[in-house]
Design a protein around this ligand. Structure first.
Ligand code: NCD
Length: 349
């Protein structure tokens, strides 16, 4: 086994810390930040999922809303992203906000400016919400403490990816017909570096499902059971009788040395193949957060197979991000658009 799960916890901790990764004030849906699924109450999660379903109906019908009209949302992605960044940008636009993208390579950070100074600069231009992805665990929580803006965590190192966790829960809630109790999912692969797995485990445990994890010993953090999951020695043991499987990409960008022998060897021992899918319950589902490497962590025919919910996850991602942006925006600016009056008064005096 590698390292400790604590290694993936945010470095700075506060006196409000309540759990293994909890480095922030306990979260409530009414807050203008959205930082982690750890510590979230079941009711709060369900409320956001229900809201996401309503936004999905809006998205499917091609409608837009003006809920966030007049608000600016900065997308600050310091790590690569397709699904998360595009869906946040689309969600902001569909809700009538003004999304602005900060490209780290083309920003003043390349001239030595700190993360906080760069984002304080952006927020000084009256940006209301900052969606941030960064390689350091705790980056989003740190910014939430220091910026005068709502902060949404779009992935902080190997710590959490809470909107991914929500979209996974929404996808499973529908596949499992609303029932999480007595359901079990297998999460396979690079558990050591996966923020997706951490958020999924916290969310699934909050809703009552059980989680079995399996992967190479070099990619399995010591003490992961503390998150409330069971560790299996083989992928077959993890998947047998499960209600679903989630395959994870190997996060090569987070390790200096190679922790697996070769892609072929990995696929042979840990790949989610059709034969292994057949070990699960007949109606069990297959998920992957993407980006996926066909025929490495997941067989190409499984990606495109009847049990795969991979594209449904992507669709749900856009809906969940609408719900999260709207929640944070409401907390941030409960009364919308009072400025017309203010401007008139200022001109008159
Ligand atoms: C994941 C991420 O970036 O954490 N992808 C995603 O957001 N859909 C998983 C990964 O990169 O493997």
């Amino acid at each position: 086994m590698t390292g400790s799960v604590l290694l993936n916890a945010p470095a700075s901790r506060t006196s409000e810390d309540t759990g293994i990764f909890c480095a922030r004030a306990p979260q409530d849906v009414a807050h203008s930040h959205f930082l982690a699924l750890e510590g979230m109450r079941r009711e709060a999660i369900v409320e956001i999922l229900d809201e996401a379903v309503r936004y999905r109906t809006m998205l499917r019908s091609g409608q837009v809303s003006d809920e966030l009209r007049g608000m600016a949302v900065c997308l600050a992605f310091f790590e690569d992203s397709t699904r998360t960044r595009v869906s946040f940008e689309l969600a902001a636009q569909r809700l009538g906000a003004m999304p602005v993208t900060l490209f780290p390579a083309g920003s003043s950070m390349s001239k030595g400016e700190t993360l906080l100074d760069t984002l304080t600069t952006v927020v000084s231009m009256h940006v209301d919400l900052v969606v941030v992805r960064h390689k350091s665990p705790g980056a989003a929580a740190y910014l939430a403490r220091h910026l005068d803006a709502g902060v949404i965590n779009a992935g902080d190192g190997a710590h959490e990816h809470p909107t991914q966790g929500l979209l996974d829960l929404l996808t499973l809630r529908e596949a499992w017909r609303g029932r999480f109790e007595s359901r079990r999912i297998a999460i396979i692969g690079d558990l050591a570096h996966s923020r997706v797995a951490r958020s999924a485990i916290h969310g699934l445990r909050a809703l009552g499902a059980s989680v079995t994890v399996a992967g190479p010993r070099t990619l399995m953090p010591e003490g992961i059971e503390a998150l409330g999951c069971t560790v299996a020695n083989t992928i077959e043991d993890a998947m047998r009788g499960a209600d679903g499987v989630m395959a994870l990409r190997i996060q090569r960008e987070r390790t200096e040395q190679s922790l697996i022998p070769s892609a072929g060897e990995y696929a042979r021992r840990w790949g989610v193949t059709a034969e292994r899918v057949a070990l699960m319950k007949p109606e069990a589902v297959v998920m992957h957060p993407g980006p996926f490497n066909r025929d490495v962590e997941i067989a190409s025919d499984v990606v495109d197979g009847a049990r795969s919910l991979i594209w449904r996850q992507v669709e749900n991602g856009a809906a969940v991000r609408c719900a999260v942006l709207a929640r944070c925006a409401r907390s941030r600016r409960p009364e919308r658009n009072p400025w017309t009056l203010d401007i008139a008064e200022e001109v008159a005096t």
